[in-house]
Structure formats: C-alpha cells, structure tokens
Design a binder for this molecule. Structure first.
Ligand code: 5GP
Ligand code: MN
Ligand code: MN
Length: 411
C-alpha cells in the first residue's frame, strides 16, 4: 500500500493498495482526488488493488462519510455481489460422465442457460419474492417516489435472473478437485432504475443548494437527515435485499439443476455447504475510528476480522474465497474482483472472438452463452491478473480457497 498525498492541504490522503501510482489510469486518480476533496469524507479514501475509473467514483473504492450518502459511490447496480456454495462432488465425476448432450459439465451448464434468463431477458411470468412482497406493503409511504412503485411489480419478473456483461454463473474446481458454484449478479433493472432516479434527484438538489461539488464530478450527495436522503436509504436497502434474494434464488436453481443431472446419471446426491452471499456495491452505517460513518463500498467487499468473502478473477482464471483481516486502513474492506485492465470497447478492439474461444478450449473451460459476438469484453486478459491483485492486499484479506473455472454461463 502507498499513500498518495497532494499539495492541497484541504484534501484527504488517498491510500492505494497497488505497487505505485504509475499502474493506475489518470482518470481513476482524478476521480479519487474529487472524493478526497469532499468535506464530509472521513480519514482518507481507499483504493483497492482492482481499482479503475467508474461513474463519478472509481470501482474498487471505499469512502466513509459522516451523515451523507452519495448515490454514485454506491454504484449503478445497487447490491451487486457474489454468492458461493461448496459441493462434495469431484470435478472428475462431471468430466467422466457422458449424457446425450456431452459430459455433465456441458449438460449442467446448458440446462442452467436454458432455465435462468440472461442478458436483458426476464421471466414470462411473475416469480416469488419475499422482498418485493414486503416492499409492496411498505414503500407506499414514500408518496414522493410513487413513480417507482410500478417498478416493484416489474421486479417480480426479474427475481432470479442473471443479467448481462460480467454477471456470471460458474462451476469451479478447488485445489482438492471438488466442485464449487459461484455466481455474480445484482438488483437487475429494478436497482438500475432506482439508482438513476436518486442520482438525478441528488443532482437537482446539489444544483439548487449551489453545492461545492461541481456537477461534472458526478458525485452529488444527499444528507441523510433530509427527506430525499431518508428515501434514498430506504430504496437502496430494498435494492440490496432484492439483489441478495436474486442471488439466493439463482443459487437454489443451480443447486437443483446440478443435483438433478448428477443423481440421474450417477445415482449420487450432492451435499452443499459453506454458503456465502455478499454485496460489493452498497453503503452501510458502521463504526470506524470511534465514529458512525456511512461506508460506501463501490466494487469492494466488507472484510471484518474472520468475515468470509468472495473475490473472483475472470472466466478461465482463479477466483478466491477469502477471510477478512479487519484492517481499519481500508475501513475493513478488500477488493471485489480482479478489476478491468481494458474497458469494454478497448477489449473488443484488442481481442478477437476466436482467440478467446481458443483460449477457453485450451483450458478445458465450457462456455454457455447465447450471444458470442461480445465475448472479447470478458476475456481473462481484459481483467487484471488476480494473483497480483491478491498479493497487493495481503494485509486486508487471507485466501482460504482457490478455485478455477470449469464451466461458465454468461449473459
Ligand atoms: P464488477 O462487479 O465490477 O462488474 O466485476 C466483478 C469482478 O468479477 C471483475 O472485476 C472480475 O474480476 C470478475 N469477473 C468478471 N467476469 C467473470 C467471470 O466470468 N468469472 C469469474 N470467475 N470472474 C469474473
Ligand atoms: Mn458486480
Ligand atoms: Mn452488477
């Protein structure tokens, strides 16, 4: 970790878990410097080893604010995160067992792709959602946000859907040869609408207040005591709960599909254990340095001492299950992944569909994806090297399990 300090004495330091400033893109540093100028930010800004420029604030960043929330410091996909479950099934069993549609890896991945909507697809009928049932009963009191109420109804069609881009479901192999299941998704279209809605409100209010935060920083804030601040926190929490439930529903479906095919073809019933479900785009009230602060983790996971978390790499590379070390220097946070090395556009120019497919095949990775044309965006080379990322955050987190992609479903 190194500390980036500028000559401006009103600016907080920026702590960066990287080898040096030269490895970080200028735009990312410029965004972190904006954060460091916010008067309600506490102590310092933390940039984790997977950091890169985002909307307003870098992804892989943490800011702790007193009495203030910043919608763009939560991220566009409110409550986005990862889920994991361990199985007692050896990967070799899946590879050795042939069905009518190839081995069990192919069969299971294909069945998941057919049963869990990906990309922009939703279910054709409304799904069960305890979170949305509660929302319907409770959110009506926020009269000012009545235009969001129909989104709750829409949400029922989105509960248990993956989404596109780098949202994924993976069957992985741990170092003992056993299968693990990992997935990445958030609050879907619902959370996106809520996020945009409140960012717009925050912009309007900051303009009206002649806020010291220039509009072009795209970091408008809401004091938590204001009506708008309270409403944002309520809707943000709802999106976080919906995202958590979305991942739980999908994990349940994947476990069912996994079990069905393994039982049918081998007679063995898998046992699942050690489930984890964690957010990496959110804000929460926590006590740090003797003060209650709103910790915004944007592409960062909480890593309190002993807390389990998930740090994925990329399809066709390693991913990690970690245990937090409770390091206050990062407000008890660690990276949420490897982080992008190339933007989507840059990756499309740099890598070809064919080269990515050849690379996956060479590594014996099964890819289940409806649209192949945008696969270069998700090449493992479009992301930073995960092992380098892990090496740069040893004081924040301890790896407890290493996993490699066996099969991956992408939107
Ligand atoms: P984000 O939440 O910022 O969209 O990305 C989360 C992280 O997931 C990325 O930084 C990357 O390291 C990781 N990732 C993206 N796609 C995949 C994938 O297909 N498989 C695995 N294991 N990790 C991925
Ligand atoms: Mn995410
Ligand atoms: Mn997401």
């Amino acid at each position: 970790m190194f500390v980036h300090v500028t000559k401006n004495k009103d600016m907080l330091p920026i702590k960066i878990w990287q080898s040096g400033i030269e490895v970080i893109e200028e735009k990312c540093i410029a965004q972190a410097e904006h954060l460091a100028k916010l008067p309600f930010a506490e102590k310092w800004i933390a940039l984790l080893p997977d950091t890169h420029a985002g909307k307003g604030m870098p992804i892989g960043g943490v800011i702790a604010c007193e009495n203030v929330v910043i919608p763009n410091a939560v991220g566009v996909d409110i409550g986005c995160g990862m889920a994991y479950v361990q199985t007692d099934i050896p990967v070799s069993l899946l590879r050795e067992t042939m069905t009518g549609s190839g081995d069990l890896v192919k069969t299971i991945c294909g069945d998941i792709l057919r049963n869990i909507p990906t990309g922009y697809n939703h279910y054709k009928t409304p799904q069960n959602s305890d979170v949305l049932d509660r929302a319907k009963a409770e959110m009506g009191k926020y009269e000012a946000d009545k235009e969001l109420i129909p989104q709750i109804e829409e949400g029922y069609f989105q509960a248990g859907t993956l989404g596109g881009g780098n949202h994924f479901i993976e069957i992985q192999q741990d170092d003992e040869g056993m299968c693990g299941i990992m997935l990445h998704s958030g609050s879907r279209h619902f959370g996106n609408i809520v996020g945009q809605y409140f960012n717009k409100i925050a912009h309007e209010l900051n303009d009206r207040w002649f806020s010291f935060v220039p509009s072009e920083w795209d970091l408008p804030f809401l004091p938590v005591e204001t009506d708008e601040g309270k409403r944002y926190l309520a809707w943000m929490q709802l999106c976080m709960d919906f995202a958590y439930e979305n991942r739980a529903i999908m994990l349940g479906k994947v476990k069912e599909i996994f079990t069905k095919h393994i039982e049918k073809h081998t007679g063995i019933t898998p046992i699942f254990s050690d489930e984890i479900n964690c957010h990496h785009n959110y804000a929460a009230l926590e006590s740090h340095f003797g003060k209650n602060v709103w910790v915004h983790r944007k592409g960062a996971i909480r890593a309190r001492e002993g807390e389990m978390g998930i740090i994925p790499g990329a399809m066709g590379s390693y991913s990690y299950i970690i245990r937090g070390k409770g390091c206050e220097e990062s407000f008890m946070s660690s990276s949420h992944g490897a982080g992008r090395a190339y933007s989507r556009t840059a990756a499309m120019e740099k890598f070809s569909v064919e080269s990515v497919m050849v690379d996956l095949k060479k590594q014996n990775v099964v890819l289940a994806k409806n649209k192949k044309s945008d696969v270069p965006e998700e090449s493992r080379f479009a992301y930073k090297d995960i092992d380098n990322v892990m090496a740069n955050q040893q004081e924040l987190t301890e790896p407890v399990k290493r996993l490699f992609t066996v099969g991956v479903i992408k939107g």
